[in-house]
Design a protein around this ligand. Structure first.
Ligand code: ADP
Length: 269
């Protein structure tokens, strides 16, 4: 407001125009601040594994040179750290792509049941290794929608992977698909895909910020499990592109439910 008055005092333009440009500047400043925060976060996330790698290289050149057992151990850690950096760069590239695509509506016809089955095939090994059974509840008829099959698979992969990673202690995860001729959240025909786990759940204070880039409800656990903190940000952008909604519900100690609501074609019910 102060700078508005100062500009008006100089007799530059009408009040409406001046205020508008002032708001534009505020928005630009906010966008600039967000960009700076993002770059700071990325730098920090990349530097942590990089520092570890540099430390181990130095140790391998010096004190551990002749100690083959130690060298083998260090190389394992170095591989983990390099893989962490690789995942982070991969997720950053995905995020960049889905943000860029957000305004372009998908036009392909996709069968949601097929996307979900394909996702489950990809994640079978991960679930088996974690001792988690994925129960499925699907309708018999195919559920058709306009969508990008690869991106939708990415959404369900991220959500089911999280359910296994964070909620796997519950021993099972439920994947449910339902369809309705009038989905209340969309006021149109819609499908709901629910990913339900029976693990520790998420403290409700975290829920509103969960899809922010690099936001973690349990920082230590996410890092220990190799998480990048970008999975749900990617999910949000893809769902937006499909004009869908994401809901998260959780009661601490009783697991978490992620619900993806997507518009479907008229005849899907
Ligand atoms: P990450 O790479 O850390 O898994 P995500 O964006 O996929 O990043 O998830 C953000 C955070 O949300 C995670 O760090 C975790 O704390 C929390 N989270 C996501 N899904 C679950 C779940 N099913 N149960 C408990 N916590 C979860």
């Amino acid at each position: 407001r102060v700078s508005c008055r100062a500009v008006q005092g100089l007799g530059l333009g009408e009040a409406g125009a001046v205020i508008l440009s002032f708001e534009d500047i505020t928005q630009l400043e906010q966008a600039g601040q967000m960009r700076r925060d993002f770059v700071a976060n990325v730098s920090h996330e990349l530097r942590t594994p990089l520092t570890a790698l540099m430390g181990f290289i130095e140790t391998l050149r010096g004190p551990a040179r002749a100690d083959h057992a130690a060298a083998a151990r260090f190389l394992d850690i170095m591989q983990d750290e390099a893989e962490r950096m690789n995942r982070l760069v991969g997720d950053l590239m995905s995020l960049n792509r889905v943000e860029g695509d957000e305004r372009v509506r998908p036009t392909e016809t996709v069968a949601l049941n097929d996307v979900l089955h394909s996702t489950l095939r990809t994640l079978r090994q991960l679930a088996d290794d974690a001792g988690v059974t994925v129960e499925t509840e699907f309708p018999d008829q195919p559920v058709a929608m306009n969508g990008d099959a690869d991106q939708l698979k990415q959404v369900f992969t991220n959500l089911i992977e999280n359910a296994i990673k964070y909620g796997g202690s519950g021993g099972r995860v439920t994947l449910r698909l339902t369809v309705s001729a009038r989905e209340p959240a969309l006021r149109a025909p819609g499908a709901r895909v629910q990913i339900i786990d029976y693990g520790p759940g998420i403290d409700p204070v975290h829920l509103p910020r969960l899809t922010e880039r690099f936001y973690r409800a349990d920082d230590h656990r996410s890092r220990a499990l190799g998480g990048t903190g970008l999975g749900l940000a990617i999910v949000k952008h893809i769902i937006n592109r499909h004009r869908g909604r994401l809901r998260v519900e959780s009661v601490l100690g009783q697991g978490a439910t992620f619900t993806v609501i997507l518009p479907v074609q008229e005849n899907s019910d």
